[in-house]
Design a protein around this ligand. Sequence first.
Ligand code: 21W
Length: 251
Amino acid sequence: MKFDVLTLFPEIFDAVLGESIIGRARKNNIIQINTINIRDFSLNKHRKVDDYPYGGGGGMVMMAQPIYDAYLSVLERLNYERLYYKPRVIYLSPQGRVLNQQIVKELSKEQHLILLCGHYEGVDERVIEEIVDDEISIGDYVLTGGELPAMVLIDSISRLIPGVLSNEESYSQESHYEGLLEYPQYTRPYEFCKRKVPDVLMSGHHENINRWRRQQSLKRTYLKRPDLFNKLSLDETDRKLLEEVLEETEK
Ligand code: 21W
């Protein structure tokens, strides 16, 4: 999977996406993340990339031309490599569809994405109309630019690409995110601030351990995320497990 990111701040991407699981996947060539500095495509001697908004009002607007030329440079590179497909262009924008795991899954099937990060007060509408296929927001709160959302998108998509997570790392993906929250986890020492590890985890009884973990996941989802809980269709076994653990909690 390839990502090309059009941004005014390419440096911040390597800092975040050069480490840990994503850094490892890049070194192993399982994913490619390339940043394109929009400023490199300014035709202005001062490398200016923004201008005053027509109609007045405050702030600045990112000019269409540098963004368009940065986009064309990605297509030209593909041409040079004799690759004749057109990558999907995603504009990170507060007006986009709000990202969720289903959208992440859908986007993980693409072979190449171009991500456009806006900044300042916005981007000239005409370049958005001309090149953008899809607008995505990461939630209803206000940020200062599209860079953090682009990194969130790359991170969430990348971990679904085969080979990015190790077998052990993907385990938690298989058994979870079927709409349930994680069960609580513990490691050594056995006692910390007078709090002991639950007995069942020390028992070595794997059937009971799995049962307890499932129960904790159900209980947490029910209590902490009723919105997620209400989307579940629990089978008889799960309903009984939850009922049992909620009774224990009331006591
Ligand atoms: C914030 C850009 C506010 C534009 C017209 C007149 C990308 C984001 C962003 C930003 C405005 C995402 C205006 C969640 C986010 C992002 C920067 C409003 C003012 N337009 N997901 N005046 N939250 N944010 N423009 O902020 O670019 S995805």
